[in-house]
Design a protein around this ligand. Structure first.
Ligand SMILES: [Fe+2]
Ligand SMILES: [Fe+2]
Length: 315
């Protein structure tokens, strides 16, 4: 599945270097030296990301991006500005006209990461809109690839969480949302550097804080992609603890949405029973014991009872 990135700059050399930088197997770069040409491209082709220079003859980049938003509101718009445009850039972000801005001269790695993240975000949002489970699942797997120790994690979490939901006799709609939310629960990790995710050993307090930000970053993504509430809740609150000492909002008890409480249990069990860069997996019996000890502390007691009885039947 290939995504389009539209680059607009009156300087063809800049366009060529953006193309070299951003082109991958799955990212196809479209180049326009005029905003008018770019508008006609947008009228025909759905693009994931639009990158525009601000200083162009006849139309400023910001004005072009405002028009682009009317044509394709879902695409991520990035404005390249000179330092002098700083105030304009901030204002345009606040008004929701622009997703990010980049000042010249840009750092290549930062720009590549920013664009590839935006392409993934766009993909998730579109797959959600089309209710395309296969596309959604493959995107979740692509995110997982960043963190090589968690291969298959989101799928296993979905399996455990949906089993809990069926045992609790939740409706098909609930179960579907819980499945999708489980696939995407760690999507905020798009924003965490791979060097931190795959760090071999205990993380420093500072890096731990960065990893913990994945729930907030995921929440931001869920909002941008206008994901259904239960899915957004799972992404945002899957690290809350029943006793109110979790993150990001320190919610407690039933204030944590039910779907997030369910996924928290499934996530913890899978995390304990698989290898992580900083520790080896623990046996099922030990994970089982920890879950029962955390009843009412980290986890909702009723959900723990339900999950433990599912595990009892399995062994
Ligand atoms: Fe997480
Ligand atoms: Fe997780």
């Amino acid at each position: 599945m290939s995504s389009y990135v539209l680059c607009v700059d009156d300087d063809i050399n800049v366009l060529n270097s953006l193309e070299r930088l951003l082109m991958t197997e799955s990212v196809h770069v479209l180049k326009c030296t005029s905003p008018f040409d770019a508008i006609s491209v947008l009228e025909k082709t759905p693009v994931a990301v639009i990158i525009s220079d601000n200083y162009m003859p006849f139309m400023k980049g910001l004005e072009f991006l405002q028009k682009a938003r009317d044509i394709q509101p879902d695409s991520f718009r990035i404005l390249i500005t000179a330092y002098a445009d700083f105030d304009t850039a901030i204002e345009s972000i606040n008004k929701g006209e622009v997703y990010r801005f980049v000042s010249k001269p840009w750092n290549n790695d930062d720009l590549v990461n920013m664009v590839h993240e935006a392409v993934q975000r766009y993909g998730i949002a579109q797959a959600m809109k089309r209710a395309d489970e296969a596309a959604l699942f493959s995107l979740a797997q692509a995110i997982e690839l960043k963190d090589k120790y968690t291969k298959g994690h989101c799928d296993r979490v979905a399996e455990y969480a949906t089993k809990i939901a069926s045992a609790m006799e939740l409706s098909e709609e609930w179960i579907k949302n819980i499945r999708h939310g489980s696939w995407l629960h760690d999507c905020g990790k798009i924003g965490v550097p791979e060097s931190i995710l795959n760090f071999n050993g205990p993380l420093s307090a500072e890096n731990k804080k960065i990893v913990e930000k994945h729930s907030r970053w995921g929440a931001e993504l869920a909002q941008l992609a206008q994901l259904p509430h239960p899915i957004a809740n799972i992404i945002t609150y899957h690290h809350e603890r029943f006793d109110g000492t979790g993150y990001p909002s320190r919610l407690r008890d039933e204030n944590i949405p039910l779907e997030a409480r369910i996924v928290a249990v499934a996530d913890a069990y899978d995390a304990m029973t698989t290898d992580r860069p900083y520790r080896s997996k623990i046996p099922h019996e030990e994970a089982y014991k920890i879950l029962s000890e955390e009843k009412g502390k980290a986890f909702d007691p009723e959900i723990i009872d339900t999950f433990l009885s599912i595990l009892d039947k399995r062994t």
